[in-house]
Design a protein around this ligand. Structure first.
Ligand SMILES: O=P(O)(O)OC[C@H]1O[C@](O)(CO)[C@@H](O)[C@@H]1O
Ligand SMILES: [Mn+2]
Length: 465
């Protein structure tokens, strides 16, 4: 068997991974320290002197962390006992085992980028939980909320569009329904431009009219498997006897989350799905990723908004959650450093859960890095191959490109882009809908039993009618 390509790593001086570890992560830690400082009075009001002492402790732990990172110290085991501590420390052992004696210890710049970057967010979390009584404080909450408020106009435009669509949805013919599906998919794709870790935590909200920009942006979609998604869901709708679950593995809160919820609403309203299962993060992650608090906060904000259609969305979505047509899940696996090909081994319960889906949508760049193992694949390697056995159900990555990794391109396509735009992989300007899985519609029966790790075929390998 051919050897696997190596991991992206900050040891490649000048690479995007290197610049992230060198510049962006210390900047994120500095902002976290500033945020704690700014909340000092609030900590005092809520907890008295104890709150102020906790703030000092968290700041000193974060400064120490920043120093370890900037001086490329060895990566040390986690100390605080949590549900995931053992898995993290075992993974660190595994990283050690990959190095030869002359390589020394895994360190910030010498480790795989995916591991080092995830570890940074996990250590940041450790600093907070080691500082009671402020151990529940989310240092990124403020910027996530700000992103939502700054995107107000786009949120209004999007909700107005959705409510008008729902009003006439029964009158739409197949083709019109498909066009609307494609439009909302693309809005959800471009919503992924708004993450806050690429900008080092700086504001990155949606200010342009996204509903009317999708046609102009189409030329920036490098892999477009939207037709597969339509074919899968519409076929299933026609033949359906029972539930059709679509899983959305969420990425960023704020505007991106609204685009995902709008898409989720459309999937139910159009009867392309009967249940939506969202997966979020259990801890603050990559600055802007969605936790259960963010999920509930966005819906509540929308419900109380004084704009009629925004509030209509909020009320409807709260109701979907109440009646169980929208289900929110989280799992520690999503904030481990493991690639998804390890899920079956590391989190078999989550793998089994994902097998109940008829389609899984993976939002965002980090999910793509974990799907493909964050390796230096050739641009033309098939997506199916890069997934290395991760096939719980038909799946699609919806991602704007923000890391030096992309598979499944046409021969020459990547090279051409590199020649004309050297930074095409990392600016978020380009996007993909990359699908893997059978186009049969009999998957994802929650009651039906399936073998763990059943073999799937990529669309190229099967007859599609
Ligand atoms: O929110 P997303 O789309 O997963 O993007 C996060 C991306 O931003 C970065 O943190 C930029 O450093 C990438 O490492 C990461 O893949
Ligand atoms: Mn993110």
């Amino acid at each position: 068997m051919a050897e696997l390509p190596s991991f992206l790593s900050a040891k490649d001086v000048g690479s995007f991974a290197y610049l992230t570890i060198k510049d962006r992560t210390p900047q994120i830690l500095t902002r976290a320290i500033d945020t704690l400082h700014r909340h000092k009075n609030e900590f005092f009001e809520n907890h008295g002197e104890e709150g102020v002492e906790a703030e000092k402790k968290a700041i000193s732990l974060l400064s120490k962390l920043r120093n370890e990172l900037q001086t490329d110290k060895p990566i040390v085991p986690l100390v605080e006992d949590c549900a995931d501590t053992d898995l993290w420390n075992r993974h660190l052992e595994y990283q050690r085992s990959l190095l030869s004696e002359s390589d020394g210890q895994p360190s910030w710049f010498r480790s795989p980028w995916l591991f080092a970057e995830c570890y940074m967010y996990r250590r940041l979390h450790e600093a907070i939980i080691q500082s009671p009584p402020i151990n529940d404080f989310d240092v990124f909450k403020e910027s996530k909320d700000q992103n939502f408020f700054e995107s107000q106009e786009s949120v209004i435009a999007l909700c107005t569009h959705l409510q008008e669509l729902i009003r006439t949805i029964e009158d739409l013919d197949e083709n019109q329904l498909k066009n609307e599906f494609f439009k909302l998919l693309q809005i959800s794709l471009w919503g992924n431009k708004c993450d806050l870790s690429l900008s080092g935590g700086e504001s990155s909200s949606q200010k342009t009219d996204i509903v009317n920009s999708v046609d102009d942006l189409k030329r920036f979609i490098l892999v477009n498997d939207m037709e597969h998604l339509w074919s899968l869901l519409s076929k299933r709708k026609k033949t359906r006897k029972e539930v059709s679950r679509v899983y959305i593995i969420l990425d960023n809160s704020g505007f991106e989350l609204v685009t995902d919820l709008v898409l989720a609403d459309f999937l139910l309203s159009s009867k392309l799905a009967t249940e939506i299962h969202f997966h979020g993060k259990t801890i603050p992650w990559f600055v802007s990723d969605t936790t259960v608090r963010d999920f509930n906060w966005v819906i509540t904000q929308m419900k109380h908004c004084n704009h009629k259609w925004v509030s209509r969305c909020g009320v409807g979505w709260e109701n979907y959650v109440r009646v169980g047509r929208w289900v929110y899940h989280d799992h520690i696996f999503w904030t481990l450093p493991h690639e998804y090909s390890a899920m079956l081994q590391v989190a078999p319960d989550l793998y089994a859960e994902l097998q109940k889906a008829c389609l899984i949508l993976f939002k965002g760049d980090l999910n793509y890095r974990k799907l493909t193992g964050d390796r230096k694949w050739d641009f033309t390697v098939p997506f199916h191959q890069a997934l290395r056995g991760f096939h719980p159900a038909p799946l699609c990555s919806i991602r704007t490109l923000k890391a030096e990794i992309q598979v499944g391109l046409q021969p020459g396509q990547g090279e051409q882009l590199t020649a004309s735009e050297p930074n095409w992989l990392t600016t978020g300007k380009y996007g993909i809908f990359q699908f893997d899985g059978p186009l049969r519609c009999d998957f994802g029966n929650p009651a039906g039993e399936k073998d763990l790790g059943s073999t799937f075929f990529s669309p190229e390998e099967q007859c599609v009618d």
